[in-house]
Design a protein around this ligand. Structure first.
Ligand code: MEV
Length: 441
């Protein structure tokens, strides 16, 4: 057996965590790295069991910083926004933007729609033009069959909102889709939607076998798959800020307020038109959004996928925010899809997601959409403010220097002299090492 063959394994998931680590140390790691993995175990066994249950084949916990950006005034309420993110300067930037807008009217946000979608794909040997005549019967059947499943969600204000029967001849002449619109109240609703759709699939096959209006050859129906859609263009929130241009001064800067507003608008317009800039622009927005998504136990992959699809909805990828200056008033807004939950799923299971939701005073899903959109807008504002004034590196360099100093376990005195030395200079890992080694001699 060559060395690579030895690394192949069966039954890995059945091993205990200690056995998995031992196996990793044997084939992939250094002996002392087992200690490194163990260092991150929760002291509380119950808590560790909760974390282990989130996923499979776990070998350790992977900590991320959990911070808070205070002073977020959103729709007249003051929030401290919980953020989980590893990128330095994101929380600081959000906090600075929040503080800036707090004295200029704060953020406003509005949920435009909160509907989610699910799809059931199937093959059917019927005539496509018969769909309209058959839909009412089909709807009645699937809804009756799932009444028990949907009753609790209906009591919470959600449920199935409507059903469309589409023909997809570009896939195959017999390819169809039931597109189902859902309300899921304060839950993200993935489980609810998928359960209902799978039940619809079973009932669809029964309906085809028994519906009296169908001809014998039309009874051939095969369900292919049933799953929610992460494209959520009907689950939309808009956040905005505005103030007179003359109030757009930057504290501690000599940049002229009107000049700043003009350059800012220019930058937003570039991202609306140029996809290369738009991707970076939107990445900056998602720095804020994802951090709150993670902190509150929501699904950041779903949010990312939906957002980028939304950004390309007219066929070109565009920046998600817009800016205009109207009668000397600066307006800056962000519209994005956010399918979130504040009950159920990880929001309930992860102890820190629970703390994050407590910090936000247990918001409804719609309230969280508003806060999250404000965080995205704040992040975008902070990034563009730096970009069109001092440049981004000034702020980044401060954090970069702190991170490098941490990697050298610098003492407070070493930190102070290194900061003084690098003030106004370019920070590099190599340069900081040389300086620290110099003062440690
Ligand atoms: C960095 O994480 C985000 C920015 O690149 C966003 C932007 O360019 O707008 C600063």
């Amino acid at each position: 057996m060559d060395n690579d063959d030895k690394k192949k394994i069966n039954g890995f998931s059945r091993k205990t965590k200690a056995e998995r680590r031992a196996w990793l140390v044997e084939y992939f790691l250094q002996p002392d790295q087992d200690r490194e993995l163990r260092r991150f175990d929760a002291a509380d066994n119950g808590l560790q069991a909760v974390i282990d249950n989130f996923s499979e084949n776990t070998i350790a916990n992977f900590p991320m910083p959990f911070g808070v950006a205070p002073n977020f005034l959103v729709n007249g309420r003051t929030y401290a926004v919980p953020m989980v993110i590893e990128e330095s300067s994101v929380v600081a930037a959000a906090s600075a933007a929040a503080k800036y807008w707090m004295t200029r009217g704060g953020f406003h946000a509005e949920v435009i729609a909160a509907e989610k979608l699910g799809q059931l794909h199937f093959r059917w040997n019927g005539r496509p033009e018969r769909r309209a005549a058959l839909l009412t019967d089909l709807c009645t059947r699937v809804r009756a069959q799932t009444a028990e499943l949907t009753a609790r969600m209906e009591a919470r204000g959600g449920g199935v909102r409507g059903l469309t029967w589409k023909h997809l001849p570009e896939v195959a002449p017999d390819c169809y889709q039931l597109l189902v619109r859902f309300g899921t109240a304060d839950s993200m609703g993935a489980n609810f939607i998928n359960t209902v759709l799978e039940a619809y699939g079973q009932e669809l096959e029964r309906w085809a076998a028994t519906c009296p209006a169908l001809e014998a050859d039309e009874r051939e129906l095969e369900v292919i798959m049933a799953i929610l859609s992460n494209h959520t263009p009907n689950c939309i929130v808009k956040a905005w800020v505005s103030c007179p241009i003359e109030a757009m001064n930057i504290p501690g800067s000599t940049v002229d307020a009107a000049d700043f507003a003009r350059r800012f608008q220019y930058a937003v317009d570039i991202a609306r038109q140029d996809p290369y800039r738009a991707v970076t622009h939107n990445k900056g927005i998602m720095n804020g959004v994802d951090a709150v998504v993670l902190a509150t136990g929501n699904d950041f992959r779903a949010i990312e996928a939906a957002t980028h699809a939304f950004a390309a909805q007219d066929g070109q990828y565009r920046g998600l925010s817009r800016c205009r200056i109207d009668h000397d008033v600066f307006h800056f807004e962000l519209t994005l899809p956010l399918a979130l939950g504040t009950v159920g799923g990880l929001t309930k299971l992860h102890p820190l997601a629970n703390v994050a939701l407590d910090i936000l005073d247990r918001p409804s899903a719609e309230e969280l959409m508003c806060v999250m959109a404000a965080a995205g807008l704040a992040q975008n504002f902070a990034a563009l403010r730096s970009l069109v004034t001092t440049g981004i590196q000034k702020g980044h360099m401060k954090m970069h220097l702190q991170n490098i100093l941490s990697s050298f376990n610098a003492t407070p005195q070493e930190r102070a002299s290194t900061q003084a030395h690098f003030h106004g200079k370019t920070v590099s890992h190599h340069g900081v090492r040389a300086f620290i080694e110099g003062i440690r001699k």
